[in-house]
Design a protein around this ligand. Structure first.
Ligand code: NAD
Ligand code: UDX
Length: 443
């Protein structure tokens, strides 16, 4: 059994730490934010992630999972150290590596024996080697003479399904420079190895690039279907049937072909920009990915333009009220990073409209992200309250509870009867089209 340290206890680090403990390892989850660590020690999750609380409680009780703010103790007590800090985008789209570099420096400063340093964060190609140099520099500075290995082990979890994705991943990618490191990583992931999860062993650069290439490919797929949806609207075709027809071809697959308001979240927007930036650094241009990024911006813009042009025919926009159903970038998460709701709400507010917003988990984060327009925002306790006095419903995130809304009850409290279903949740519901002036995305 190995002692595992996970540095950075966010969406990825926390889930990784909990699952490693579930796999039988001794785990320390470390973060610089002491409130987060204090909460976790009391069993309070700092994020909303289904299924995580039960596993957290179980593994804390078993004594396998610990929370610390002390990086020295974390490094000293760990055989395998996962770096899971953020790599947010900078203004030029490149990934900000300052947190990864700071952690590498601390590891070099405090390591007290052989360590495997695993990069779990999504990082530009070449970062593994940068981490190695920083650790070595720090060791040299203090005259430390310890061996270490660098591993790239990208994470593919989806928020809202993170526990399931980590317990049963499609694959485990390990980029390493030595057989010893590969052997230890296989033992760390023993449970998955025994369960015959596919393992892919590569060099560092390949593993680093697999992560960006995967996210960029999925983003391209979404932008592709969103463009088809814009065209389907014009020619009178149905995007859901088109996606179904396309997805029946095994080479295409039906997954990630749901048209919507544009992709959001903490990964696709930042990782597509980061890989495009990496290419520029090597004097290359990733035309397909750059087009997907532009198409995504266009999709969000098109959605607000359509809403504005439709409603303004009947209601002056400075008197219009929009009910937003769903704020988080996808269901089953409280994460609002790059959520399409932010751009769409800002576009509506910029033309003078008022917003009544409800989201099962996104309200808290929305309040600080939209603080500058708080005078135009009313945050509501449920979807019915949001609909009160509204001219239009805009369904932005496909939370299950919206599917079960009593539509007549919703209509009764509204001032007008527009329904913009940007996730096509009700596209096959005949009632909704009788009750509202309904429009979906490409259907
Ligand atoms: P996050 O912002 O939720 O968490 C990062 C954590 O690192 C924060 O709690 C922060 O306080 C902590 N931190 C920063 N500097 C630190 C330091 N020096 N020492 C200790 N802790 C420190 O980020 P996240 O969403 O978990 O993403 C982490 C990485 O994983 C990113 O590179 C991201 O691209 C990648 N990733 C994210 C997802 C996802 O769905 N969120 C999926 C796959 C990969
Ligand atoms: C993504 C990757 O799927 C995951 O492998 C990686 O580790 C992190 O980034 P995540 O951002 O959590 O995961 O959610 P995902 O389900 O991929 O959705 C991302 C965005 O794309 C959301 O805004 C979602 O609404 C949108 N999306 C997804 C679509 O618009 N249509 C689809 O068909 C699928």
């Amino acid at each position: 059994m190995y002692n595992i340290g996970v540095i950075g206890t966010g969406y990825v680090g926390l889930v990784q730490g909990v699952i490693m403990a579930e796999f039988g390892m001794n785990v320390i989850c470390m973060d610089v934010v002491s409130e987060k660590i204090e909460k976790l020690k009391k069993g309070i999750l700092p994020i909303y992630e289904p299924g995580l609380k039960e596993l957290l409680d179980k593994n804390v009780t078993s004594g396998r999972l610990h929370f610390l703010t002390d990086i020295q103790e974390t490094v000293e007590k760990s055989d395998v150290i996962f770096i899971a800090v953020g790599t947010p985008p900078q203004d030029d789209g490149s990934a900000d590596l300052q947190y990864v570099q700071a952690v590498a420096k601390s590891i070099g400063k405090y390591m007290n024996g052989y360590k495997i340093i695993v990069d779990k964060s999504t990082v530009p190609v070449g970062t593994g080697k940068i981490v190695r140099d920083i650790v070595q520099e720090e060791l040299d500075r203090r005259g430390g003479n310890f061996e270490f290995d660098i591993v790239s082990n990208p994470e593919f979890l989806r928020e809202g399904k993170a526990v399931r994705d980590c317990l049963t991943p499609d694959r485990v990618v390990i980029g390493a420079e030595s057989e010893k490191a590969v052997d230890i990583m296989k033992k760390v992931y023993d449970v998955l190895y025994i369960n015959q999860t596919p393992f892919l062993i590569t060099n560092l650069e390949t593993a680093e690039m697999i992560k960006y290439a995967s996210n960029a490919f999925l983003a391209v797929k979404i932008s592709f279907i969103n463009e088809m949806a814009l065209l389907a609207d014009k020619v009178g075709a149905n995007i859901q049937e088109i996606a179904r027809g396309m997805g029946m071809d095994g080479r295409i697959s039906p997954k990630f072909l749901h048209a919507g308001p544009g992709y959001g979240g903490s990964c696709f927007p930042k990782d597509t920009k980061a890989i495009a930036d990496i290419a520029h650094q090597y004097d290359e241009q990733l035309l397909v990915i750059e087009a997907a990024i532009k198409a995504n911006e266009k999709q969000k813009r098109k959605m607000s333009e359509r809403i504005i042009s439709t409603v303004s025919q009947e209601v002056p926009l400075e008197h219009a009220t929009f009910a937003i159903w769903g704020l988080s970038f996808k269901p089953e998460t409280d994460d609002m990073r790059d959520a399409p709701s932010i751009d769409i709400i800002r576009a509506l507010v910029s033309v003078g409209a008022k917003i009544r917003a409800y989201c099962p988990e996104g309200l808290k984060e929305a309040k600080w992200r939209l603080k500058d327009i708080e005078d135009s925002m009313t945050y509501c306790r449920n979807e019915y309250e949001a609909a009160e006095g509204a001219d239009a419903i805009i369904l932005l995130t496909e939370w299950h509870q919206f599917r079960g809304a009593y539509l007549n009850k919703v209509k009764d409290v509204m001032k007008n009867d527009y329904f913009f279903d940007l996730r096509n949740v009700f596209s096959k519901n005949i009632e909704v089209k009788k009750i509202f002036k309904y429009s979906g995305v490409g259907c």
